[in-house]
Design a protein around this ligand. Structure first.
Ligand code: ARG
Length: 470
């Protein structure tokens, strides 16, 4: 049973005094945000508790009134979380739904809650409070995914696979090294989120509608109470600013880009042509018609999510561009994209983590692909430079001829005979054959940040220290 009655919520609403006719039903539906902003109820109540406590400390309302407001708000919080609250579109948004119910429950003192504030500073505060929590959650999920990737790279620090450029076999790398590339991307993503969270630490509440207020409020007290570092500096900026939402969505867009690149690799690697990995069955689906299929649906969805995540960012940027100071109803369009982005980024991270935890590489297939791709051609050219004093450009050309030879003989570089090589480079000796082995190629990449297995082990240690501590 819903606790609050809707009978009293006739059309005169909060500003009934000035209006003679009621809203068109069409407009009422169009105008209201309650369907999507109700998820802000915890933050809205948190803000109202801090605001009313401050009002009482400043003697703007009495202590008794504050205590009554407090108990009313706590009851409302319970009603909403127990799904006993009747949300009304007539009351437009979460702020007025809660305020109206407060008056229903406690009577006169409830009407004082809105003293010295406006929904304009209230909504900006609510979204910041909500987003800060989401950012913490998403940042933690990024860290968890980093941990999973690091654990996998520890197992496969020396597993050989082709490294690609242009999706053509380039040079051999290790699977561990490849996975650690994503650990770096996610590390930057965490940094961007934390950076935007820092700029979310100024409290808008107390800016009132746009110009500040004539009541003797204490904004520092409210800021402190709500975990903000300080009040915003300019009341007009405070109620019209949504930079924080855009920053969050743009940081999320980069996360989505990174995840979609990994997702695309998973789709490729699990395809018949590559066959480099087996994806965990629980993150794939079958086909209703083709019995042999195991489709990488989770990875494909992650690959697709940038569509909505970029869309949300571009959508809100477009709403805000050219808006005159200060609040415009346009700004109500900020919420759905922000909520949607937070939800889907989190889902992508959790699903990706689930996949990576149980991904199984298929070493023989990785090696097969390596053998086909002449991945040690660069090593051969480097050998000619270092040992036979041939200038690199020329060495590159000679190596090209050796690759062509291997191609006509349907051989890998590694399996060529010394005589074959000598037909192109007459003074080549047996040592050259060592250079052509993929294992040796990988072990030789010892420059800082390179793929040599012993480097990868060091990189793992370093990554743990940089990303997993604390
Ligand atoms: N529902 C509104 C929004 O989300 C709250 C702020 C309304 N302020 C106003 N002056 N109409 O933006």
């Amino acid at each position: 049973m819903k606790k609050n009655s809707l009978n009293k919520q006739n059309n005169n609403k909060m500003w009934g005094g000035r209006f003679t006719t009621s809203l068109s039903e069409l407009m009422e539906e169009f105008n209201s945000s309650i369907k999507f902003d109700q998820i802000l109820y915890v933050e809205d109540i948190e803000g109202s508790l801090a605001h009313s406590e401050m009002l009482s400390r400043q003697n703007i309302i009495s202590k008794k009134e504050y205590l009554s407001i407090k108990s009313g708000l706590e009851q409302i919080k319970k009603e909403i979380s127990n799904n006993e609250f009747n949300f009304s579109t007539k009351l437009e948004d979460i702020h007025m739904n809660i305020e109206n119910r407060l008056v229903e429950i406690i009577g006169e003192p409830g009407k004082k809650l809105h003293t010295a504030r406006s929904r304009n500073d209230q909504v900006a505060t609510d979204i910041k409070l909500w987003l800060r929590k989401k950012i913490d959650q998403i940042e933690l999920s990024l860290k968890n995914l980093q941990r999973t990737l690091i654990e996998k790279s520890e197992i496969y620090y020396d597993l050989l696979m082709p490294g690609y450029t242009h999706l053509q076999v380039g040079q051999p790398v290790t699977f561990g090294h490849h996975l650690l590339a994503y650990v770096e991307m996610l590390g930057r993503d965490r940094g961007r989120l934390l950076d935007c969270r820092k700029r979310m630490s100024e409290l808008p509440l107390g800016s009132a509608a746009l110009a500040g207020t004539s009541y003797p409020i204490d904004r520092y007290f409210v800021a402190d109470k709500l975990g903000f570092s300080k009040p915003t500096e300019n009341s007009m900026d405070a109620v019209s600013d949504r930079d924080f939402a855009i920053e969050f969505m743009s940081a999320s867009s980069l996360i989505a880009i990174h995840l979609s690149r990994l997702a695309e690799e998973l789709v490729l690697w699990s395809s018949d042509r590559f066959d480099f990995v087996r994806l965990p069955e629980k993150f794939t689906t079958g086909s209703s018609i083709m019995p042999q299929k195991r489709n990488p649906d989770a990875a494909e969805l992650i690959r697709a999510k940038p569509g909505r995540i970029f869309g949300n960012l571009i959508g809100l940027m477009t709403v805000l561009k050219g808006l005159p100071m200060t609040y415009g109803k346009d700004m109500q369009e900020d919420k759905e994209p922000v909520f949607d982005t937070a939800k889907h980024i989190e889902l992508c991270l959790l699903n990706m983590d689930g996949i990576i935890k149980e991904i199984e590489p298929i070493p023989t297939k990785m090696m097969e692909a390596l053998q086909k791709g002449y991945p040690t051609a660069t090593d051969l050219a480097d050998y000619l430079v270092k040992n036979l004093n041939i200038p690199f450009r020329e060495a590159h050309h000679l190596t090209g001829r050796i690759v062509l030879l291997a191609e006509t003989k349907l051989s890998s570089l590694e399996d060529l005979a010394l005589e074959d090589i000598q037909s192109v480079v007459p003074n080549a000796d047996l040592k050259i054959l060592e250079v052509l082995k993929v294992q040796n190629s990988v072990s030789s990449r010892t420059s800082y940040g390179g793929t040599a297995p012993k480097n990868v082990l060091k990189a793992i240690k370093h990554a743990k220290k940089r990303f997993l501590k604390g």
